[in-house]
Every structure is written in C-alpha cells, then in structure tokens.
Design a protein around this ligand. Structure first.
Ligand code: ADP
Ligand code: MG
Length: 214
C-alpha cells in the first residue's frame, strides 16, 4: 500500500509529456510508477521490485527522459536488458514516451545483428542505447560506443540478467560509466546478487517493493 498520488500531474513532467501520456491511455500511474517516479525524478538511485506487467518500463523511461538533453548529441542513458526481445520492447516503449520531446534517438544494441549496422546507427548519433550486456561490452571495447556523457544507467529485469550469468558483464559496463550518474535497478524478484550489484555501483539506493495486487 502506498499513500502517494497516482496522478501523473503530481510529477514534475512537462505539459507535452502529460498530454502524450493521456494520448497513450496512461490515465493514472500504476502502483510501481506511483512509488518510484517521485524518487527517481529527484535523481536518486533506486532499486524497485514489482511483478511483470506492472509498468516498470515507463517508471524508468520517464526518469531517464527527464535527465536527457535532446540538443546534446551524445549517449546520455543506457538500459541493460536480459534479451533482445525485451530490449526491443523497451525501445518501443521509450520511443512512444519520447514522442513528447524533440527528436530523441534510441538505438538497440543486441547480439544476432551485424555489429557494422549498429556502429553506423551509433555514428549517426544516439541519445539512448538499449541492449544486452554482452553486445554493449563489445561496442565499448571496440570504441564504437562512447558513454562519457551518460547520466542514467538502468538495469531492467536485473534478476533475469543474473540468472543468465551476466553479473560480471554488468559490473564491467557499470564501472565504465561516469561516476556522476543516476542508477535505476528494476527486478521482479530480489535474489542475493542484486544486493551485491547495488553495493558495487549504486549510491545509497532507495529500495521499493510493490506487492502483487491479487
Ligand atoms: P513490466 O516491465 O513491469 O513488465 P511494462 O512496462 O512492460 O511492465 O508495462 C506493461 C503494460 O502496461 C504495457 O503495455 C504498458 O504500455 C502498459 N502501461 C504502463 N504504464 C501504464 C499506465 N500508467 N497506464 C496504463 N497502461 C500502462
Ligand atoms: Mg519490463
């Protein structure tokens, strides 16, 4: 249970973003959004736990978009996902939410697609990258992905990434990110590895858990 408002208008969002949310049919915040957005929009690190289908993507997407300067042509946010399918879903959702802003470019970086195509997309300029830890590491090692201007790092479905053995890759990527940044970690469950990840590279994260409704 939470006492926080479920009205998106209670958040520091632009009128254009509020109108876009209405158009998308997002009339009220879901419980995880109502619990996490007031904290995330203050720029604080967050560990948020809620079941699948609870609207976690918009919870981190609105936060990373708030940190983003569309006129700065550099990667400012990165979302790590366990699979290509999930990365594609996150990219789609961020693009829908980003419609309210001017020309925000989101590039998906996952295995199974030629590196060369992704390098070309990155060269054309990206504000946000979404991808799997292995492929993102690959681009960092080759120098095709520059994250010096990154201000938001998101770990989505962190429990699944740990199940898939991505702990070391996540740690490597996180250590290459600028220290001055916001880190948001979303997960359906809270296995021990999450606390270890958080201890390594999050700053006094607030931990939130929204119980299943039924
Ligand atoms: P999760 O990542 O927690 O599994 P998603 O972010 O994929 O959940 O969201 C699940 C579905 O809910 C998506 O279809 C999304 O468009 C929709 N959704 C998210 N937030 C809202 C909202 N505030 N109002 C209505 N629908 C929403
Ligand atoms: Mg999700």
């Amino acid at each position: 249970m939470t006492a926080s408002s479920t009205d998106f208008r209670s958040l520091p969002l632009s009128p254009a973003m509020l109108a876009n949310l209405q158009q998308l049919g997002y009339l009220e915040m879901t419980p995880i959004q109502a619990a996490s957005l007031p904290v995330a929009l203050l720029g604080k690190d967050l560990i948020a736990q809620a079941k699948t289908g609870s609207g976690k993507t918009a919870a981190f997407a609105l936060a990373l978009l708030a940190n983003l300067n569309p006129r700065r042509f550099a990667v400012q946010a990165m979302v790590l996902c366990p699979t290509r399918e999930l990365a594609d879903q996150v990219t789609t959702e961020i693009r829908r939410l980003a419609r309210a802003e001017e020309n925000i470019k989101v590039v998906t970086l996952c295995g199974g697609v030629p590196l060369r195509n992704q390098m070309a997309s990155l060269e054309n300029g990206a504000h946000i990258v979404v991808g799997t830890p292995g492929r993102i590491m690959d681009h960092l090692e080759r120098g095709s992905l520059n994250i010096e201007a990154l201000n938001t790092l998101v770990l989505d479905e962190a429990d699944r990434m740990l199940d898939m053995g991505f702990f070391d890759d996540i740690a490597t990527v996180a250590h290459q990110c600028p220290k001055e940044r916001q880190t948001l970690l979303f997960s359906a469950t809270y296995p021990e590895g999450i606390a270890r990840l958080a201890a390594q590279f999050m700053r006094a994260p607030q931990t939130l858990k929204v119980e299943a409704q039924h």
